[in-house]
Design a protein around this ligand. Sequence first.
Ligand SMILES: Cc1cc2nc3c(=O)[nH]c(=O)nc-3n(C[C@H](O)[C@H](O)[C@H](O)COP(=O)(O)OP(=O)(O)OC[C@H]3O[C@@H](n4cnc5c(N)ncnc54)[C@H](O)[C@@H]3O)c2cc1C
Length: 422
Amino acid sequence: MKIGVIGFGAAAIGFIEELKDQEHEIHILERSKDVYSSSISGIRSDGKIFVSSTMGGDMNIPLHIQQEVVNFYISKLDPEDRKSVKTGISFDSKSIYFEDFYSEGFEPVNSKFWHIGTDKLGSILRKVYEDFSTRPNIHFHFNKKVEDIELIGDKVIARGNDFEEEYDYLVVAVGRSGHTLVKKITERHPELIAANNTVDIGVRYELPDHAVEAINNEMYEFKVRLITKTGYTVRTFCNNPSGKVVLENYDDFVTVNGHSNSAGSSENTNFAILCTTRFTEPFNDPFGYGAYISRLSNILAGGRKVILQTYDDFLNTKRTKRLGRVKPTLPEDGYILGDINLVLPRRITVSITEFIEKLSRVIPGVAYPDNLMYAIEVKFYSNKINNNRYSNLKFIGDCSGHTRSITYASGHGKLLAMSLKK
Ligand SMILES: Cc1cc2nc3c(=O)[nH]c(=O)nc-3n(C[C@H](O)[C@H](O)[C@H](O)COP(=O)(O)OP(=O)(O)OC[C@H]3O[C@@H](n4cnc5c(N)ncnc54)[C@H](O)[C@@H]3O)c2cc1C
């Protein structure tokens, strides 16, 4: 069978790894110029991988499949680099923090995790690429941005500006950055959309390492959820000890994100505080809502920048004019000092405030007045795709709306490939 795979990210890797020894002819169409320069994602930046039944996606990926995915990535590291991978379990029942968080109303999220670090990810990609590209049945085509697809009889066509390819079976694996293509396909095939009504909106929080040192040492990544008085669920996400805050670039706005190297690169820890926002009819454009708020923060910041505020000024709804002891790790040209209360709706600011106050009862340093808040951080959920509609057109990974992490995206690809082998 001639199989086309659009995009070479975590989901495509899981899919191809499982099928590489089969007789299928696999063609990968990737819009970037080579394997190293494709759009930012967790397999090019940070590389924190988890095995968890409660986070990383909204589908069931059996834990043993998740573990196989993790083992696969770790096995691609040089033996020396494997030693520097930080690993542990967040919130197993023996953790001293479990009861502290639980008694404050938090749900501690249990997961096994491995942190590889931005600086080590290049070599993983290189090894995966070398393995795949030297096989006679696997063909990479770079600089191939797919603009549209078409179902004709039992074939699927993928089209770009200067190419048109026909496949027996097409896998769309374009991640979140490929949302324009997915939008185009689902507008023409609305029957593919199962549901979507969610966007996560919040801030990136930054504070000195020493304020969170004990919990960082115990579990590196602490994930907790809280149902706040507003009814919104707020959670921590992507904790980066000794990490850096970075901008995340979209075509028409910027948001904020964070990452860290394997050996650490600053004296600050950053993590996201995200508020899950769900809508009901008639509103059905959560992406538009998140994009609109992101743009508002950029407009107030005077360009492709985010707003930075101290925690105390945020509480007092005052524009920050001077920073305190915590030095921002985001370079100065990426932010403007301002007031996040002018950007985020009250229901979100109230939820975030309650979350931070309760968090500080467990980790007091979280509420230091000069801790930093960057706005906004947003996590878009793609439309959930119904993969049962067509037997020869499938969506895997984040663009399917069912995954949000490396493990789940790769696991999704692997499960699809396993179903083809049956
Ligand atoms: C800054 C950042 C840090 C992250 N850190 C982590 C982390 O530490 N741990 C974790 O588990 N998750 C992390 N994530 C999330 C994780 O990266 C994703 O969940 C995962 O990569 C999704 O895999 P995917 O294959 O669906 O998409 P991706 O890995 O994003 O791959 C999609 C590929 O498709 C290509 N593409 C897009 N559109 C087209 C098109 N039209 N034609 C051809 N090619 C196209 C892109 O160039 C890209 O190579 C992070 C995300 C970001 C943005």
